[in-house]
Design a protein around this ligand. Sequence first.
Ligand code: DCP
Ligand code: MG
Ligand code: MN
Length: 376
Amino acid sequence: PKTSGSSPPKSRNEKLVSMFSRLQQHYESLGDGWRERSYRLTASILRGLPFEVTSEEDLDRSELRRLGKKTRDKLKEFLNTGSIGRVDGLHMDEHAKALAELQGIWGVGLTTARRWLGSGCRTVTDVRSQVQDGTLRLSADQLIGLQFFEEFAQRIPRIEVDEIIQVVQAAVSRRFGNRLRMEACGSFRRGKASCGDVDLLLCARSAKDELALGSTHDVLSSLVADLHGQGFITHDLKGGNQSHRRPGGHVGQDVNDGEEQQSSTAATYFGVCQLARVGSLHRRIDIKVYPVLEFPFALLSFTGSGPFNRSMRLYARRAGFSLSDHSICRAAHARGNGRGERIWTGPPIAAMQFASERDIFEFLGLAYREPWQREV
Ligand code: DCP
Ligand code: MG
Ligand code: MN
């Protein structure tokens, strides 16, 4: 015998009902009450129909006669094509939104986000529950990204960036005296009122200081150890998909993208820090140490913005050069690097010619732009 009170009977026009409900929800979320009610009515009429809509003639039967032209057009589209473009578009939006949310977790890139979406994970909440029940396995970085998702999403007020800079500067001075200079880069250097993270660039003040300091890797390791020791750095991150980071250690040795470029000894650290003050949030911090000769290139690159870097590099390429965070090279020949990309590298322009960012602009024949003029 039939049990009452279970799921409601499926409508003969189930697919159409769900499409119009989707449209109704969409307009509800936009606050468009008129369209919301219109599509709610359509869904309810379709739900109550005693027959399945299979042809355009059906649109003149019973309650369907009440529907307006736009809705009839959508029903016709469905009958002709099996879907409604407007509804497919909403699904696309939703797909893009879900991908963006998942990529908001530190350590999650497009590939991972797509894979998770494919296995039914659409939101951070979904990820959390799938991690709980063991369906989803995250990398150490991703687990930290997930743990601090809400905190990392908070912008850091400029005044707090200042405090963070002072903590690191104090450790730098204590350990390395005046031999090491430090520049806060990224959005902070561009003058933004708030920043997504803190980007710090370190470099010996002179070639002589560089010799005395030892390797960039050792400098960075000992600084990070100091900041750990005082409880300021709380977590280390390995650096997402960047497979060239030195495995094991959390301080990575950079490798140039172009195999032909001269080897660089820049070192990079990604981590999490927290000021010793009640209520202070966990913040993302990036620290890089570059060789003296690369400093202007590193400063330019680490200051950004990302789009500004891309356009300046494109400009350089068109002028026959390849600009990176290490140097500028003549763009001599292109060849595959095994991943189907083309690298354009030739002999580097002597680094001695570049003492400042200004020299790089000048070399390329570009007017200098102050950091706060580098949004695009
Ligand atoms: N950068 C780049 N290409 C990338 C990542 C970064 O050129 N794929 C450069 C430009 C950025 C700088 O490094 O400005 C710092 O990177 P961030 O991700 O910290 O970006 P911003 O500091 O500019 O912005 P936010 O306030 O979000 O940290
Ligand atoms: Mg930044
Ligand atoms: Mn950063």
